[in-house]
Write a protein that binds this ligand. Structure first.
Ligand code: ADP
Ligand code: GLC
Length: 468
């Protein structure tokens, strides 16, 4: 069985968020004696591509309407990955320092066309084509409708929705950029008057999955305009919870950590990492450390951070450390708080993979007050590193964190995203931390929760097999 994942991101090559982590891990866990799983992604001009060398395996031209663009398919000369990866190099469109910007329609259309054009030349066609998010959402439509891809009509394809907030909308004026298709079916591209790649994929894919079961149910009620469509297509939709890369995210071997640890040494190991964070960011080591790592956007509740943090820090019984970037207004406010709360608050505005690992290890609690969370990987990393998650019960967070007040509970959960709910949840964390023996017991207990990809990778295989 041969599976091809097509995605805009893949860790460690290009990462904006959790999509990269998933596409960089799932293929490893799918590869086996009877199965080969590979990835096709864009060739960006980033740190990874600058540090590696590549071979060209295919050279051609693609058309976006009347304009022709040269493209190449590249492979790594020496790959650090456990699966095959191929890069679509369209120098004029994709070879940028960024992954996403405001010219994404042409860029990702070119990516999708180049990937399929190349696959037409393969000696053996893949058994399954697996698309991720709206950046690859026109593939199921093109496989079904574009004349040039007729050979793939019988190749099953799967769409995984990592985030339905972003749908890739563009105007019907650009529809001529899509390789010629039976125009009678142009309606498949439309949702509410725009070309909507995510909607087109939900209509045309053979199966649609979301990255947690609860998120699938939530989308039927709230999906940024696609609720009716998801209800209509519900027979082919299901939720499969993400896993995490058990080897990359392992406190015992993680090279980014100041001190490695396992379940026996977690208390001293976490202390050493916390000490480093407190020294580096001038934070009071004796107070419980609450951390946030992520995109500073409305979905993550970040607009409420400045007010919430002030309330918490005014009480004086906690420290807060934030790592993230996003909305400028929020970034400015979070920077400004530093002066006011020297010694108990700090923030690194930006992206830093190494620091994120040290924070998962050194923090006592990880905050995730998300308004929307299709799955969320941070809470699973936190558990693996013995850090107690404080989450809003929604989407994948609801599927992975049980409140300490419930049977077998280990985290702190709250309802709607409000300043008082988040503040109260943090206060519950402070009380838990003060109850030293319960806190220490929980730290060990959560490290035993297994969210490795093993189970979920099997669920995908079962799904592929159910299609034939
Ligand atoms: P999303 O994909 O919605 O951003 P996830 O929880 O699925 O959320 O995944 C986020 C991933 O991105 C995690 O691996 C997290 O550690 C990482 N991440 C987010 N922001 C940063 C940052 N500023 N620096 C380093 N890593 C980050
Ligand atoms: C998206 C979601 C996040 C999920 C990630 C990986 O970025 O926002 O919740 O964990 O994709 O599937």
């Amino acid at each position: 069985m041969n599976i091809v994942h097509i995605s805009a991101e893949c860790y460690p090559i290009a990462k904006v968020g959790g999509l990269a982590d998933v596409v960089g891990a799932l293929p490893k866990y799918q590869n086996s004696a009877t199965m080969s799983s590979q990835v096709i992604m864009p060739f960006y001009n980033n740190t990874f591509t600058k540090a590696h060398t590549f071979n060209t395996v295919y050279n051609s031209q693609l058309n976006l309407g009347d304009i022709s663009y040269p493209f190449k398919i590249l492979t790594l000369k020496k790959s650090p990955l456990d699966f095959d990866i191929f890069f679509v190099d369209v120098p004029e469109l994709l070879f940028k320092e960024y992954v996403y910007s405001n010219d994404d329609t042409e860029r990702f259309l070119a990516f999708q066309i180049a990937a399929l054009d190349w696959m037409l030349n393969w000696d053996t066609y893949p058994n399954y084509i697996h698309c991720h998010d709206h950046h690859t959402g026109l593939i199921p439509f093109m496989l079904q409708e574009s004349f040039k891809y007729e050979r793939f009509r019988k190749t099953p394809n799967v769409l995984t929705i990592h985030n339905a907030q972003y749908q890739g909308w563009f105007s019907h004026n650009k529809v001529h950029l899509i390789p010629a298709f039976n125009f009678e079916n142009a309606g498949l591209l439309d949702w509410d008057g725009s070309v909507n790649p995510l909607a087109a994929a939900i209509k045309c894919a053979w199966r649609v999955t979301t990255v947690s079961p609860t998120y699938m149910e939530e989308l039927k009620v709230s999906a940024n305009g696609l609720e009716d469509l998801l209800n209509h297509e519900s027979a082919k939709c299901s939720g499969i919870l993400n896993g995490i890369d058990w080897n990359v995210w392992n406190p015992e071997t993680d090279n980014y950590l100041i001190s490695n640890y396992n379940i026996e040494t977690v208390i001293s190991g976490k202390k050493a990492n916390k000490k480093h964070l407190c020294d580096t960011f001038n934070l009071d080591f004796n107070k419980p450390l609450f951390a946030f790592i992520g995109r500073l956007v409305g979905e993550k509740g970040s607009d409420l951070f400045p007010e919430t943090f002030k309330k918490v820090l005014d009480k004086g019984d906690a420290s807060i450390l934030l790592l993230g970037s996003g909305h400028e207004e929020v970034e400015v406010q979070l920077e400004a708080l530093k002066k006011e709360y020297k010694g108990t608050y700090n923030a690194f505005i930006g992206y830093d993979e190494a620091l994120s690992h040290i924070i998962y290890a050194g923090a006592d609690f990880l905050l995730m007050p998300s308004r929307v969370e299709p799955c969320g990987l941070n809470q699973m990393y936190a558990l693996r590193y013995g850090t107690i998650p404080i989450v809003r019960s929604i989407g994948g967070l609801k599927d992975t964190v049980i409140d300490i007040s419930e049977k077998n509970g280990f985290g702190i959960c709250h309802a709607d995203v409000t300043v008082s709910n988040i503040t109260n949840a943090i206060e519950r964390g402070v009380s838990l931390y003060e109850n030293n023996s319960t806190y220490k017991k929980l730290t060990k207990q959560i490290m035993e929760i297994n969210h490795s990809w093993d189970t979920s990778a099997k669920a995908y295989i079962k799904l592929y097999k159910s299609i034939n």
